[in-house]
Design a protein around this ligand. Structure first.
Ligand code: SF4
Ligand code: ZN
Length: 327
């Protein structure tokens, strides 16, 4: 749980005034009981969806579910908004799950995903790296030592394509991913620190990505990571807490610690940073729009002549006995 979480029985809930308060939002001063905390979290997501025009009535929504706390909470919240009072019968949900092929890690997450989908009556579309690319992540990374390219940079390119593929198979209108407020501001800071100004323009919470055939939205953009974790805990959602063995965060974990420290000294700092980055992103978006083209090898939409997936497959083929047949 993050640095600013204050849990315990603190007095009356500032919203319902009936139940004892359980959690204090230091950035707003609200002290909430468990039920009001959950309710206000769902309401916040609903406001974000409406503010950015993320979902339209009747949309078939693919939710990218990895089996971690963020994506399972997102699925539960969207299901609640769909089925709850005043939902206006928004649309259908489909869970889109990728099996990267990491022995001893992914199976548990997929089980949690299956269990929640069954409980909520949500269809699950599962795709795997092996089926799509001809190799598992374990096989693709067999040679890697992280010197030239981090495992996550390579895996991320395949993951995005796998989600695209699942979205196409599931015939969804929009894909919702579970990036939370912390993910957003960390990515913003990382781009600044890497001098990658152009990418700041791609951080829109609701966007047509130039490399992606379907609209992508991030309904948890305005929810702190620790609040997503608390929502999962209070909603009794079993999720996988172990990290992927290939996860290599490097600078990101330092940025996370720094932002958590700032937030703990100055509650609300992450909210302010989110607002600044969203406004900068909106200004940069027009100026940095990428040219859309088609990959000359696989035919997928790409921002360059050969797409990132085909380039990564070349790297895998160069270092392993996999990938060459996919050219
Ligand atoms: Fe892939 Fe990195 Fe996620 Fe592991 S942590 S599944 S390597 S993106
Ligand atoms: Zn390609």
């Amino acid at each position: 749980m993050g640095a600013t979480l204050t849990a315990g029985f603190l007095g009356d809930c500032s919203r319902c005034g009936e139940r004892p308060s359980y959690y204090t939002r230091r950035y707003s001063g609200e002290s909430l009981c468990a039920a009001c905390f959950q309710e206000t979290t769902v309401e916040k997501v609903k406001r974000t969806i409406s503010k950015y025009g993320m979902l339209r009535r009747g949309d078939r929504v693919g939710v990218a579910v990895s089996g971690g706390k963020d994506s399972l909470s997102l699925l539960k919240i969207l299901h609640r908004l769909n089925a709850g009072p005043g939902s206006n019968g928004r649309g259908e949900l489909v869970a889109l799950t990728v099996d990267e092929g990491v022995e001893g890690y992914r199976d548990e997450a997929i089980e949690h995903t299956r269990a929640l989908c069954e409980e909520l009556g949500v269809e699950l579309v599962l795709v795997s790296y092996s089926d799509l690319f001809g190799f598992s992540l374990d096989q693709a990374l067999d040679w890697k030592d992280d010197r030239e390219l981090s495992s996550c940079s390579m895996c991320g390119v395949f993951r995005r394509r796998a989600i695209d593929e699942a979205a196409v198979r599931a015939k969804v209108d929009v894909v919702a991913t579970a990036h939370n407020l912390d993910d957003y501001v960390q990515t913003f800071m990382m781009n600044l620190l890497h001098g990658d100004v152009e990418r700041l323009g791609w951080l829109d919470p609701s966007t047509y990505d130039d490399d992606f055939p379907v609209r992508r939205v991030k309904p948890l953009t305005e929810v702190y990571e620790e609040e997503v974790a608390l929502y999962a805990y209070l909603s009794k959602i079993p999720f996988q807490s172990a990290s992927c063995p290939y996860m290599h965060e490097g600078l990101r974990s330092e940025v996370r610690d720094y932002l958590n420290e700032l937030e703990s000294k100055h509650p609300g700092m992450k909210n302010t940073l989110l607002k600044s980055s969203l406004s900068l992103t909106a200004k940069l978006k027009e100026a940095t729009s990428k040219e859309r083209m088609t990959c000359s090898r696989c035919g997928n939409i790409s921002s360059s002549k050969i797409c990132g997936v085909c380039r990564m497959k070349d790297i895998v083929a160069e270092h392993t006995s996999f990938g060459a047949g996919n050219r």
